[in-house]
Design a protein around this ligand. Structure first.
Ligand SMILES: [Zn+2]
Length: 49
């Protein structure tokens, strides 16, 4: 995944914090840096599986 653009620390897909928002078909996953908790991006939940 690369480095966090905010704190410049290494962030991997295994380390990244996720938070689910919304319900049903509008559900999205929010990705957050595990170090500084900045939001790195969003993804539709279906793309994760
Ligand atoms: Zn960070």
């Amino acid at each position: 995944m690369g480095n966090c653009p905010y704190c410049k620390q290494k962030v991997s897909i295994n380390d990244v914090k996720t938070e689910t928002r919304g319900v049903g078909s509008k559900r999205e996953i929010m990705y957050m840096c595990p170090h500084c908790e900045s939001i790195l991006g969003f993804s539709r939940s279906r793309y994760l599986v």
